[in-house]
Design a protein around this ligand. Sequence first.
Ligand SMILES: CC(C)(COP(=O)(O)OP(=O)(O)OC[C@H]1O[C@@H](n2cnc3c(N)ncnc32)[C@H](O)[C@@H]1OP(=O)(O)O)[C@@H](O)C(=O)NCCC(=O)NCCSC(=O)C(=O)O
Length: 419
Amino acid sequence: MFEPLKGLRVIDTSHVLAGPYAGYQLALLGADVIKIEVPGIGDWTRKGGQLPELNEAGMGLSYMSQNAAKRSLALDIKTPEGRDILKRLTANADVFIENMRPGTMARNGLGYEDMKAVKPDLIYCSISAFGQDGPYSRRGAYDHVIQGMCGIMGTTGTRESGPTKVGAPYVDFATGLNAAYAISAALHQRRATGEGVHLDVAMLDTSMMLMASLLTSHLSSGWKPEPAGNEAWSRSPTSGCFETSDGLLMVAANNIRQIVPLLETLGLTELAEKARRDPAAMRDELNGLRPALEAALLARSASAWEEDLNAVGVPAGRVRNLAEMLAEEHAAVRQLTTPMEAVPGTTVHVPTAGFKANGAAIAPTTPAPRLGEHSREVLAELGLSEDEIDTLVSDHIVGTTDGAGDRTPASASAAFARL
Ligand SMILES: CC(C)(COP(=O)(O)OP(=O)(O)OC[C@H]1O[C@@H](n2cnc3c(N)ncnc32)[C@H](O)[C@@H]1OP(=O)(O)O)[C@@H](O)C(=O)NCCC(=O)NCCSC(=O)C(=O)O
């Protein structure tokens, strides 16, 4: 098993999507991730998803998909006792993740400086919408707000449609991955220097980094991106989205090694011969090629072209929807998801790590926890006696799965309750 982070402990106080997805990556890599949740209510995503019975049980699909392999401690961190427990847990941990509005943790005595005082080599990762500094730092945001601001919407859609959002909340998930990458690098550095760090990971920054070469091109040449629609970013006439007899096909022939077999497969043999003989001259003719390609591709199905073009080394793929891709053998071999039992009798498929190690996928072995499922266990490991734990529960500072201890703090209730 690939468990490079085994033995490391992560305190994950984050909620919604971006923060929890970071903690999930670390849990997949073997870290002991303790998720701190608001007693009585838990992460907002517990009630999010398409299976109402799971939402009812506080095990919504949204929660399940990024909190597997974690333990749950329901703890009111706005009480002195809750704060004290969080600090004691952190003193025994390696990584701390939070994604409240900047300033929230510090105001509650749980900021980087507070936590560094109890664990000097702590890796403290703050995930936020706009970063810890700058004019917008105090603003909160969700994925679509960042998509609207970062420029991506000027590259999607068409001139006719106007700015168009990417359908999936890609900024959230990319921010989680970015945070996990930063944390992994910081752990490596800590081994060499013995020093921790305050990592400042922002959704806006992540969204801008996902446009890496666009930033360089714009700032260095003044070029402004246009909406690409379904076209290839290269805008090469031999790369792009084409109609076939039964649907859309993406084709990418970007060099002469790909263009010649593309033309041959489409039956454009004269052009193929010309391209083979004199690639440089062909380059000047490329723009005029598009109508011939369009006409040829209409003759057969997208699957048939996909098969034949790939057989001669031309990257091509029929445009599929999510269900179609997930149903294919390739997705199964890559083990992109793994089944877990959310609540007895209900199977939920959760994402794996997105890469393999020595040929094996990296999948969680335990499902996402019920709210407060590990409260007693985690506190006992911290050295608290059963009596002390009972007192915390009856004082509503710690919540357990049976609902004991639940009394959601008002501010958290307002912030976390799902309407
Ligand atoms: C998501 C937010 C906009 C929500 O903002 P707010 O509603 O203003 O809430 P905050 O997160 O700042 O604070 C929540 C309050 O709950 C309190 N709080 C938090 N945890 C606890 C526990 N365990 N116990 C008691 N109280 C708690 C915390 O102290 C705050 O109260 P006070 O101390 O009284 O203030 C913001 O958190 C944010 O911008 N986060 C960073 C970016 C991010 O992750 N965005 C969501 C990505 S997901 C997404 O885009 C999507 O789903 O789509």
